[in-house]
Design a protein around this ligand. Sequence first.
Ligand code: ATP
Ligand code: MG
Length: 390
Amino acid sequence: MQTEIILAKYGELALKGLNRNTFEDILMKNIKRRLKPLGKFTYTRAQSTIYIEPETPDIDLDVVMDNMKKIFGIAALCKACVCEKDLADISKVGIPYLEEILLGVKTFKVEAKRADKQFPLKSPEICRELGGQILEAYPHLQVDVKHPDVTVMVEIREKHAFVHAGNEKGAGGLPVGSSGKALLLLSGGIDSPVAGYRMSRRGVHISAIHYVSPPYTSDRAQEKVEQLCQKLTAYCGSIAFFCVPFTEIQEEIKKNCPEPYFTIIMRRLMVEIAQKIAAKDDCSALITGESIGQVASQTMESMQAINAVTCTPVIRPVVTMDKLEIIDLAQKIDTFDISIQPFEDCCTIFAPDRPKTNPKIKNVEQYERRMDVVVLVERAVAGIMVTEIT
Ligand code: ATP
Ligand code: MG
């Protein structure tokens, strides 16, 4: 019986400047965690590739592939069949293995990679031999070396040879956890989940913080954000979710500050709370879904006023993207349909008709002095609920 396995390749480029072993260890750990619910596998690694072999025949490798395409740090991946390292076995096992694919196309070429230079045939000879045998087995096919419908790959590796029909693109980026941790300000909107996804792709493990204002916001609004977190875990791994009671702060702002300043002052208080959680949760940065000019409150002046409350870097991964680009990504990572559910967010409810687009820090601080910010922040922090979303 033929053995089918998955090869996950991380390539040399991604390893630049990183400790190779740490990178591989983290990636391996992430893959194992993701595949655990799908069955038992044997993992081996060699030559910038992780080999994943199912231990039982009931495992659906297509499902495994779909899961693996969401794991950051994998540049390319494919299903392959395992052959002995001789040409007779490669054609005996490999040619029937590719039957379904080869019957569905008109042209092909063979490419060989010889990681084991001891193998008696050189790459062009392997291609010629195997190409001839494929033509015999599937007479409807023609060879096209420039634009083949399918490229049959033969990889001669350390212990075995592998035959497959070319690599598929992986999620790229760096393995989550290889670049530290940051805290995502996650609203129920379209932008912040995408911001979290983009940050994770750089290897950053994320926690999420969300502000609720019951009874102005409903439980459904919070559930929606938890669902967004859940979606993100497919890419980002487990996420610590901090839920902050924000009603008192919103009401105080409303009572004490001029309406055009509501949004900016609210955002500054969010960031003050977030930086305290970041410090406790080992997060070295905050992440938001702000994008320049997207709404009146998202200007460089307001970002300046927001940054002024913290020394923790505030990273805005979607800052230069326009809405359509963000929506495209939100659809790709499957958060869009959740984000557009119409549950009120704490920002929408207290949103001023005309937010101040160029808030002066001096004025903002003056209005904030009308409230006991320290006590308000302390109380909000004390009321935070944490859940681990996996
Ligand atoms: P999003 O689509 O992410 O909600 P937005 O374009 O609606 O973004 P705003 O509502 O102005 O923008 O919010 C800007 C950013 O502030 C959000 O991207 C998010 O990072 C943060 N934020 C806003 N509301 C909340 C909330 N209730 N909880 C946590 N973070 C929030
Ligand atoms: Mg929003």
